[in-house]
Write a protein that binds this ligand. Structure first.
Ligand SMILES: Cc1ncc(COP(=O)(O)O)c(C=O)c1O
Length: 398
């Protein structure tokens, strides 16, 4: 079935653009562009009944994916990850309907595989040959892997304190690794300059339209795996925000496809106490977030002091009736070991953060113990052994 993509649309001003040209942010206001589809036509073939025979990866939703020529798809089997019923962990929390979507089993060990499979595939279709990006670590590993598969040149700009597994894998995949003194925002500046200077295409998160398209498939999968029902609550660890806004976009698309009604899960944005620009803006009732000074957390994926899609995350949280909370590094580490010991899932600290946040929200009563809750474990702990190992040892858990 072909893609039913029709155009790109600015998420702030609504201006539309062709998807057949390489595009990044809206040229008018510098905000992210979203891919839009003819969902009425897509609904004719993308039905719940059509899904069981399809490939067990994120391209099973091809009508609402942005690649028009199937031969351009660069896949390593990303997506269709398991949604586990967390029975033992649930018992300790007195919850019967707790689920964990385990993104750690994706190629390259994190949900970043989804976004980069989509972005690299579209870049390949558009004939682009050289890619660059700033990354906290996991996205760079994923881009490097997909670029290798596509035969494209990859340049990555990563803070020098990024987990060593991420640095190593980029080199192994043949990417050019540039370590940066500073934060991901500093890496972003250097990646942008390199793009200008050397004619590279910069696939920074939400600064090009297609990584969100890959990540939205987490939303499609959650609904499909719950028998075409939405959960009450989705808890998401937020850095750049593409994951949470992608899921939110998918829910609107699924309503237009007739898979679900107007019901929505409450979206919970989790950030680290040491880097919480979006939670701060949420608490201060702001539409956009101010940069967070001196960001510090061992969860590299959440060490993002400023995000171009901040207002989209805030919109999703507010429109869904959800909330935005912080957790400290110690509680993330304790949660990682609890998830591992009770469910056999060795989660990235970002995944641990979702469990720590849930515990907080159960205590405050903002989430009920009888509700159906999905935690997103966005990556594997195996990528973080250099930073997580000592923290687990200190907590007496390793
Ligand atoms: C494991 C992990 N979880 C969460 C995030 C944050 O993702 P997003 O940028 O979609 O908010 C990242 C980003 O690097 C990550 O690597």
């Amino acid at each position: 079935m072909p893609s039913h993509i029709t155009h790109l649309e600015c998420t702030l001003c609504g201006k539309t653009y062709s998807h057949r040209e390489p595009m990044r942010l809206c040229p008018d206001d510098g905000k992210p562009l979203y891919a839009r589809y003819d969902l009425q036509n897509a609904a004719k073939t993308l039905t719940p009944d059509a899904l069981p025979g399809r490939a067990a990866n994120m391209w099973r939703y091809e009508e609402v994916m942005p690649v028009e020529r199937p031969e351009s798809i660069i896949t390593l089997g990303e997506g269709f990850t398991p949604l586990f019923h967390a029975g033992r962990l649930g018992e300790t929390l007195r919850m019967e309907r707790l689920f964990i979507k385990d993104e750690g089993v994706n190629p390259t060990g994190s949900f970043k595989a989804r976004g980069l499979s989509a972005a690299v595939s579209v870049a390949h279709q558009l004939g682009l040959k050289k890619l660059t990006m700033p990354s906290a670590g996991n996205a760079a590993g994923a881009m490097s892997a997909y670029a290798a598969k596509a035969g494209m040149e990859a340049h990555v700009f990563m803070p020098e304190d990024a987990p060593s597994a991420n640095q190593l894998e980029c080199v192994a995949y043949g990417a050019q690794l540039n370590l940066v003194k500073g934060f991901i925002t500093d890496a972003g500046k250097l990646s942008g300059e390199a793009a200008e200077k050397h004619g590279l295409f910069d696939v920074s998160t939400l600064r090009e339209p297609y990584r969100a398209e890959g990540k939205k498939t987490m939303g499609y999968e959650i609904v499909e795996q719950l028998g075409f029902e939405v959960p009450d609550v989705i808890v998401y660890p937020t850095g750049g925000g593409t994951g949470i806004v992608g899921i939110w976009k998918a829910l609107d698309e699924m309503e237009a496809l007739g898979w679900i009604g107007s019901e929505r899960p409450r979206m919970v944005c989790v950030q680290a106490e040491g880097c919480a620009p979006i939670v701060t803006a949420y608490r201060e009732d702001k539409e956009f977030a101010d940069p967070f000074p001196d960001p510090k957390t061992l969860a590299a994926g959440m060490r993002v002091p400023a995000a171009v899609g901040d207002f989209l995350v805030l919109r999703a949280v507010r429109e869904s009736g959800g909330t935005a909370v912080t957790v400290d590094d110690d509680s993330m580490v304790t949660a990682v070991s609890r998830m591992a010991a009770h469910e056999g899932i060795f989660a990235a600290p970002e995944g641990g953060a979702t469990l720590a946040a849930l515990e907080q929200l159960l205590k405050s009563g903002e989430v009920g113990r009888d509700e159906r809750v999905v935690l997103l474990n966005t990556g594997s702990a195996l990528k973080y052994l250099d930073v997580l190992g000592p923290a687990l040892a200190e907590a007496g858990k390793a």
